[in-house]
Design a binder for this molecule. Sequence first.
Ligand code: SF4
Ligand code: ZN
Length: 326
Amino acid sequence: MKCRRCRADAVIELPQHRTAFCAECFLHHCRQQVRRTIEKYSMIGAGERPLMAISGGKDSLAAWDLLLDLGYDADGVYLGLGIGGYSDRSGEYARAFAHQRGVKLIELDLATDVGFTIPEAAAQRRTPCSACGLSKRHLLNTVALEHGYTVLVTGHNLDDEAAVLFGNVMRWDTEYLARQQPVLPGGDGFARRVKPLVRLGERETAAYCIIRRIDYQVEECPMAEGNRHLGYKELLNRMEERSPGTKLEFYNGFLRRMQPLLDGVSSQDKGDLGSCGRCGSPTTGELCAFCRLTDQATDPQHRSTPRGRRGRKRRNNSRRQVVGAG
Ligand code: SF4
Ligand code: ZN
């Protein structure tokens, strides 16, 4: 098997693109895919400094590396989830990358900064992944705004997006479908949220890290069991095996043909969002979902009130750390 670009021996075959690449040309392919995605969706403005959400896994570290190589001055942010040794090791991979590349990594920790861990939140009848996703969305957005970043980058890849889309379609969840875009605009309490890896699959980000010698967390999260999206991923992988290109077609077809029809459907588009009575984040209720989760996780007897956590939030703001180069 030969590399399509230079005719050297190929090291990776990409059946969804009916092609194969040698190591150098594969890296070029990844950069091209990310550069085109950033440009097509106007993800990052000229001179804008993006903040990259780092989990310590292959996708976020590959995305950070790609952004830096494409010339973006991207800083990173790592959120410790308190999932035992798994979180400890994930943080080590994030710090090691920041140290090697001489870039800034902002760190915060759910247990010390907010007062609960994901396993504790899960014990209060929440599924771990919903508590985790909610915490990441809320805290990473807050950190981005507090530090003056206007764009928050996440490492969601094509497999993630196709699985989430599959789940949203299964439930015909129009609110989520309307917000499933590679770019969610900023303003009104949100940093712009962008996903430059949506053209690359998991196999590609893993191969990218191996070729670039980026060490990343390979362990599966111990709380992932029962995660619906993993089931959808398995299903889509079986379809992809039988018919390469299925995921790309499913996701790109949605963006091209369906997404435009959902314009104006989300609460944000309709202007239905007010401010959380406690933390000020955008929400449709009196308290945002994250403040309610915090109340449940830190004090199961506590009834959520707008004032309950203000003091704790102020105390904890000072604990966030910054490591790596400034
Ligand atoms: Fe969080 Fe679930 Fe992912 Fe674990 S598997 S890191 S709990 S979203
Ligand atoms: Zn709130």
